[in-house]
Structures are given as C-alpha cells and as structure tokens.
Design a protein around this ligand. Structure first.
Ligand SMILES: C[S@@+](CC[C@H](N)C(=O)[O-])C[C@H]1O[C@@H](n2cnc3c(N)ncnc32)[C@H](O)[C@@H]1O
Length: 472
C-alpha cells in the first residue's frame, strides 16, 4: 500500500521501551512500518455533506472512496500523498477536515448525543471538536477549550467553517474551568498533550522533542488535566482520555492513578474491533500503525458512577419559553437585525438566545446569565455586527446556513474561476445563470455550498469574505 521507503532513526532508550512493550516480533513489525509512507485522511462534515453528494465531494477531495477509515462512523477516507484536498473550494466550504486517520477514533468512540453538554478540554486545532460538534447536530452545546490563545483562534475558525453554532470557545486553565463548571458536563474529551510517540513517522521532529521532553515532562500536565476534567463530569457522564503516544506511563498509568483518586470512576472497555490492541489495563485500546491504517493513538473511556439527572426535559421546556421572550424583546429593540432576519429562511430565533456585546450579536446556546467569567474567544454563533441603522452578517453565519436558507444568492460551479477569485477576496461579476434574488446581502455558494457573503449591486459582487479566511 505504501511503496515509498523512508529512514527514521529512533533513540536507543525509546527502542528499549518499545521492545519491553511489544516484544521482538511486534517490534520488528513496528520498525518495518516506520519505513513506509504515512497515512493521510479527510473526515466529511455530516452537517453539510448529504449521502447523495458524498461521492462527488470525495472525488473532489482526491479521497479513495473504496476504503473508508473503519472506526470513523463512515465519515473518514484516505487520500494519497499526491492528493491536495486543502486546495479545493470545498475545503473552504467546510465540507471536510484534514485529519490523520487514527485521530478520528476518540471523537467517534466518545458517545456524544444531541442535547449533551460536551467539553473538549485540549481542543486546538479542532480535529476532534469539529467531529464532536457535528455529532451534537445543533442541540446541546460544546465548550472547546485550549490553553494556547493563538491555537484557540485556529480552533474557532475550524469550528465556524464547519458551520457549528452551538459552541463556546475558551482559552483557560483547566482549574479555572473546574471552578466555574463543577459536575456539569455529560461528555468530556481530554486529548492530552503528550510525548507524541505515535507521530514519529508523520513528524520526525517529534523524535527530537521526545529526547528533550519525554513522557516525564507530560505526566504531571496530563494528571492535572484528568483531575480537573473528572471534577467537571456529571454522574453517569463519560470521559474519553486520548494521547498520540504509546508510553504506558502517560496512558494506562494515568488512568489507574485517576481511578484511585476518584473512586466513582470506572473504566469502560472499548470494543476490540478494526485491529485495535487492548491496553495493559484490559479496557483501554491502542491503534498501532502496523496493525491498521493509521499512525498511532491511545484511548481510554471512563464513566462516572451514578445516574444522570432526569430533569433535562423540564429544564428544556423552561428554556425555550425564556428563549422566546428574550428573543422577542431583543428584536423589538434591534430592528436592524429583525429586518436582516427576514432574508434568512431558518428559525434562528428558536436556535439560541440573542445577545449583544459591543455591537456584536451572538446566538448563545445557553442563557447569558449562565456564562461564567472565563476567557471566551467566542460565545455561541456570531450572527454579525450592528452598525449605524444596519446589520452586517458574519462569515460564521454564512457557514451556518444552507444555500436555500438565504433569500439572495449566487452559486458558482467549483471549477469556475470566479469561485477562487471570491475566496481570494476579489470583486467578482455574476451573470443571470448563477444569481438569484435582489441587490444587497447575497450568499455566495459553490456547487450549492455556502462560502461567505457579498454585497450585490446588479451583477457586481462586493467581496465580504473575511481576510483571515482567504485562499492562500
Ligand atoms: C494533542 S493536542 C490537541 C489536538 C486536538 N484535540 C485536535 O484534535 O485537533 C493538545 C493540545 O493541548 C493544549 N494544552 C496543553 N496544555 C494544556 C492545558 N493545561 N490545558 C488545556 N490545553 C492544554 C495544547 O495547546 C494543544 O493544543
């Protein structure tokens, strides 16, 4: 499958460890596979890609349709080294995310359901958050956090590009999150920073950083992440801990430690399918690159004993009455927004709470009073900005909508040069074959998938695509 050979030198200390973990035969298989080409994958966005257009999207993304990533909920596909899925307008339309195939497992195995409160504690750049957010299908919400503010910016862009509106994005210390969200979440992912042993083939620079900062550097960080995350988990809730390292001291040993610290936690065995290898605790799993088509990951699923609260239906009914009142009052005060929403053929006023801060209007997934004082990069879906007597819609709103959900639009074929021109920020001219509606705000699409907004005057489209999102 991977004919190209490459040579990777591994530190002796690491080799000894792997020999102990694997034994001679498996070690040989490991070393052989380290000379082969790395696996590359894309994961489709189920919020945008329907069954009937799946084949077309995959072929545009240069993906191999005959071989889905087995553990990816039928959303992941492989592509060859020569493929360039990030150089297609569909990538800009949020139709898929580029993700190493083994990294698709945690987001597929954590059993997220619509309506859940989900926390992704170490979320940037958003591979797993985009997956978890899509699984919520617009109901419940996802708090995506990363301690690095610069990385969290990229995370936000990826979530917005995927069209996920029910998000909170923060850049906070886990301890501070714990203080503000004790015993709060139904599902939590801790995709911890680690020594990265599973990434050595894909990113050989990780080998050097392993010799400088090996497992010992990461263990205390991982324990702290687990301690805080478990404190935020509700009884009956599930937590998935994952790393991209094979080191037992960062993997099973941490799980054993947290289960001793918090006796209400119990490991939930992950089914041994697809070539997964059982961890030494009998419940967790490893993905090894010589056993399956992926680079390497460790996963452990934990459950907090006790029953989930069953008041959620009542709470939701009360919430929807509050939401209606909040939004009615808001629209009375903000006629510019009310006027703009006449162009939107989707009941956004039933999908969250309108809230304004410094001229920006958001659709919050939870009432404003429930937002704790933490460092948010984003609170819900940014709908747009209130200017003097007018409302300017955001890029995030364009990505949230479907083509038919906006009154005025233009739809360029993806191979039409005007599509890339639009993505580069240029003014483009439309024609009668591709445009509908009237002058004013216009949703620019490609093959039926929204890319952003433009301001239309006759056939001229003044570009409103965000500069930070442009085609490079
Ligand atoms: C393995 S990466 C996460 C990858 C991400 N889950 C994805 O799928 O795209 C680990 C992340 O943890 C973040 N991180 C490191 N220490 C942290 C801490 N104490 N709290 C929160 N995030 C942390 C890093 O900035 C890094 O982005």
């Amino acid at each position: 499958m991977n004919p190209e050979k490459k040579s990777i030198e591994l530190p002796e200390k690491y080799m000894e460890k792997m020999r102990r973990l694997l034994g001679e035969t498996e070690l040989k298989a490991y070393l052989t596979c380290m000379e082969e080409e790395t696996f590359r994958g894309i994961r489709l966005n189920p919020l945008k890609v329907t069954e009937d257009c799946r084949a077309g999207v995959l072929s545009s993304a240069d993906a191999r349709t005959e071989e889905p990533v087995p553990w990816s909920d039928s959303l992941g596909y492989y592509y060859e080294k020569t493929g360039m899925p990030a150089r297609h307008p569909y990538y800009y339309g949020g139709l898929y995310y580029l993700q190493e195939p083994s990294a698709m497992a945690p987001g597929a195995i954590l059993p997220v359901e619509p309506g859940d409160r989900v926390l992704d504690l170490c979320a940037a750049p958003g591979g797993k958050s985009t997956q978890l957010g899509a699984r919520l299908a617009g109901s419940g919400f996802l708090l995506s956090n990363d301690i690095s503010a610069s990385r969290a910016n990229g995370l936000l862009k990826n979530l917005e590009r995927f069209g996920i509106g029910n998000i909170l994005v923060s850049s906070e210390e886990p301890e501070r999150l714990l203080h503000n969200f004790p015993v709060y979440f139904d599902k939590i992912l801790v995709d911890a920073p680690c020594s990265g042993e599973g990434m050595f083939r894909r990113e050989p620079s990780m080998i050097r950083s392993w010799t400088e900062k090996g497992p010992e550097h990461y263990i205390p960080i991982q324990k702290e992440l687990l301690r805080c995350a478990c404190g935020m988990l509700k009884p009956g809730g599930m937590l998935l801990y994952s790393t991209c390292t094979f080191a037992e001291e960062e993997d099973e040993d941490n799980i054993e430690w947290i289960c001793e610290e918090i006796p209400e936690l119990e490991p939930v065995p992950v089914p041994l399918k697809y070539g997964f290898v059982q961890g030494s605790d009998g419940a967790s799993i490893r993905l090894f690159p010589w056993r399956l088509s992926g680079e390497g990951h460790f996963l452990s699923l934990l459950r907090k004993k006790g029953s989930p609260d069953f008041d959620s239906r009542e709470t939701r009914q009360a919430c929807s009455a509050d939401m209606e009142k909040n939004n009615r009052d808001f629209l009375k005060k903000r006629e510019e927004l009310a006027g703009f929403l006449k162009l939107v053929h989707r009941p956004v006023e039933k999908e969250g709470y309108f809230w304004e801060r410094e001229g920006q209007v958001y659709l919050l997934p939870i009432p404003r009073e429930k937002l704790p004082p933490i460092r948010f990069l984003r609170t819900g879906l940014l709908l747009g900005t209130l200017k003097k007597n007018r409302f300017e819609p955001s890029q995030a709103l364009a990505m949230y909508l479907k083509k038919e959900e906006f009154e005025n639009g233009v739809d360029f074929p993806s191979e039409d040069l005007r599509t890339v021109k639009y993505l580069k920020g240029e003014t483009v001219e439309a024609d009668n074959a591709v445009i509908w509606g009237k002058d004013g705000w216009c949703l620019v699409c490609t093959d039926g998938y929204p890319l952003g907004f433009a301001k239309r005057s006759r056939m001229t489209l003044k570009n409103k695509y965000y500069p930070g999102w442009r085609w490079q």
